[in-house]
Design a protein around this ligand. Structure first.
Ligand SMILES: [Zn+2]
Length: 313
């Protein structure tokens, strides 16, 4: 009997905490190091390790689902497969969905990783995995990379939020009928490519004539895991609030990023908005600055739900 993608997605989602615990146990044992940092390859190593540990977790739960690696350099890092089926990565036969893995170190301002896949390149159950990790002391003089938080959910709702905010910030997407490279609409490979507010291409695959300069081939800001949530005007703030209220996946993504980057949350809301939330939580808001208000609000473990429900349109 063939496996339903929804079933596979739910199982992987349920086993995410288990896979991270297994990673941490393995890291404490094997990836422990004394002294200096191992360096920049650690995030990539952890992303791959997740695939192994998730497979182990799936096996222990008796599922006929497995995680596979792509041999070529497609954007996706993993495919979730029906174990009993033949896999053909070109036709997607045997695949239930694909998973793009990203890692973030808590010490960095923002992950170098970009979630810049186009909506049109995704299937319904294709998912985004984000592993947040940091160096932890595990015994005297030894430290090991430990996963401290993780996100796993559907990619398409996040691309919709990302793309609407991109437009609301005054940026755009190429339309094949008016491609800057002058392609005929039938042959344009640039349709849907993001351009920044200055009209420069955000990805290497965008129109050549829109490269930022002779030296810089593309802008590469599109899809920054934190940056994609920035709002710099009323229209963007309205998109942000509407998605947060109406889309469960978008809300979960925003909650995840704001938990990791509290300054992003602070910059999103006005003093009067924070006062509304404070009042609902029974906090005396008179005379408090925005940052003091937020400090008080954050004492409530459910405060993000209040922010979402009270400040959304
Ligand atoms: Zn074109």
């Amino acid at each position: 009997m063939s496996i339903n993608p929804d079933f596979a997605f739910s199982n992987i989602s349920d086993l995410l905490p288990t896979s991270c615990k297994m990673m941490n146990a393995f890291s404490s044992e094997i990836l422990k190091t004394r002294g200096g940092r191992i360096g920049s390859g650690m995030g990539t190593l952890l992303e791959a390790l997740w695939g192994y540990m998730m497979n182990q977790a799936l096996l222990e739960n008796g599922h006929n689902i497995e995680i596979a690696w792509f041999a070529n350099n497609q954007y996706n890092d993993f495919a979730c497969l029906d174990k009993t089926a033949e896999w053909n990565e070109n036709t997607r036969t045997g695949e239930l969905f694909r998973i793009e893995a990203k890692s973030m170190n808590t010490g960095a301002d923002e992950s170098k990783a970009h979630f810049d896949v186009l909506h049109s390149e995704l299937n319904e159950y294709d998912s985004l995995l984000i592993l947040v990790w940091e160096w932890r002391n595990i015994e005297s003089n030894y430290s090991s990379p430990q996963v401290v938080d993780a996100f796993f959910n559907l990619s398409i709702p996040i691309t919709l939020l990302r793309d609407e905010l991109h437009i609301a910030r005054g940026c755009s997407f190429v339309d094949a009928h008016s491609c800057p490279d002058g392609c005929s609409p039938d042959n344009c490979k640039h349709h849907g490519e993001p351009l920044n507010a200055a009209g420069k291409r955000e990805r290497l695959t965008g129109p050549e004539i829109r490269r930022p300069s002779n030296k810089v081939s593309y802008a590469a800001n599109f899809g920054g895991l934190v940056r994609m949530l920035k709002t710099n005007n009323e229209a963007a703030r309205s998109v942000f609030r509407s998605f947060r209220k109406n889309d469960k996946v978008a809300d979960e993504y925003i909650t995840f990023i704001h938990r990791l980057f509290p300054a992003e949350e602070a910059s999103q809301y006005t003093v009067s908005e924070l006062r509304t939330v404070a009042t609902a939580l029974g906090i005396k808001s008179a005379g408090l600055s925005a940052s003091s208000l937020l400090d008080e609000i954050r004492q409530n473990p459910q405060y993000m739900q209040y922010i979402r429900d009270l400040l959304s349109q």
